[in-house]
Design a binder for this molecule. Structure first.
Ligand code: HEM
Length: 307
């Protein structure tokens, strides 16, 4: 059975380092060799700093996939499709490679991210580097706990990893979507706490869910808790982290799933809204500045790159 990259379903960490690269022309052979060596690099540092719970994820951009792995393509891998309605927009920005380094030590992430960059060296252009951190007890910078309704235990694997019956060749891989959101915290902080709570339909301090009848249709959790025709919950595994400095702040949103569809449905439900025009009011206080789709293949497929 194919083995997944362990960072996909890992529990939340204290620190994250997200690297987004574009590959420079004609370096595909070198990139294949380098990517196939990364899992061993992660293992080496996970062992050396064993108390840091280091994990990593390597993912390949939808537009770059065919160049890197022309033998086959994950069944549902598509470029990120921009969604917009009125003044709300989730833009698409393409990247060839995504490398996620997470652990409980910022210094260990720094070392490992440095090794990744040294390995990829002149064959890539580093387009974005985002350092994420845990804020208080797992809160977004809006002050609300993020990740509460994430799948738990073994169910994380069911939600996040491609099942063999869906796509045998790419089983245990994962469809990844990322968006870098920039918050307008000055605007957000003009709201009363109750108004903020209505945006998420959860209480702020105690993180309690509103009852179903009290959830505004414009709340973020109403817009994203979707059901399929059989009445089953449509789920994703979120591994987002806050990022920022004294000038700009936001959330680096990360979603893993066995299919790209749940994320796409949720994003449409947030931006376009329901038949009555109820869109996600969280979007009044934050703006997605990037958006990209990747596939994080199993360790077995990564090993095949070397051949
Ligand atoms: C829930 C924050 C973007 C999907 C939540 C919660 C918070 C939150 C505070 C409630 C606690 C929890 O269950 O985690 C944010 C922020 C975002 C963001 C600050 C961006 C700035 C997104 C996006 C999606 C998404 C882009 C999907 C396209 C979900 C889902 C839930 C959730 C599925 C659980 C809903 C439920 O079942 O109650 N988010 N989120 N979020 N969010 Fe987001």
């Amino acid at each position: 059975m194919a083995r997944e990259q362990f960072g996909i379903c890992a529990e939340p960490s204290l620190h994250g380092y997200y690297l987004l690269f574009n590959v420079l022309d004609d370096n595909n052979d070198y990139i294949r060799q380098a990517l196939s060596r990364l899992p061993a690099l992660f293992d080496k540092y996970a062992d050396r700093f064993s108390e840091s719970n280091l994990t990593g994820v390597i993912a390949i951009g939808s537009n770059y996939w065919d160049e890197l792995f022309p033998q086959a393509r994950p069944k549902y891998l598509q470029p990120f499709s921009e969604v917009s309605c009125d003044d709300r927009i989730a833009p698409a920005v393409n990247y060839d490679l995504y490398i996620e380094v997470r652990s409980d030590r910022a210094d260990v992430n720094h070392i490992v991210a440095g090794k990744v960059c040294a390995l990829l060296a002149d064959s890539v252009d580093l387009v974005e580097q985002i350092r994420g951190f845990r804020f208080l007890d797992g809160r977004d910078l809006t002050g609300f706990v993020d990740g509460t309704e994430n799948p738990k235990g073994r169910h994380r694997r069911d939600v996040a990893l491609v099942h063999a019956e869906d796509d045998d060749r790419f089983s245990s891989g994962s469809y990844l979507h990322i968006q870098r959101y920039r918050h307008n915290l000055n605007h957000w902080n003009t709201l009363e706490v109750k108004e903020q709570e209505d945006v998420f339909a959860r209480t702020k301090v105690d993180n309690e869910e509103y009852t179903s009848e009290n959830k505004p249709h414009t709340s973020h959790t109403k817009r994203t808790s979707l059901k399929n025709e059989q009445g089953e919950s449509i789920e994703i595994l979120r591994q987002s982290m806050p990022y920022g400095d004294m000038k700009l702040q936001g959330l680096f949103f990360v979603s893993y799933c066995r299919s790209p569809e749940p994320f796409n449905l949720m994003l449409k439900s947030m931006i376009i809204g329901d038949e009555n025009g109820n869109f996600d009011h969280m979007l009044k206080y934050t703006q997605a500045e990037t958006g990209a789709a990747f596939f994080a293949p199993s360790l077995n497929i990564l090993a095949e790159l070397m051949k």
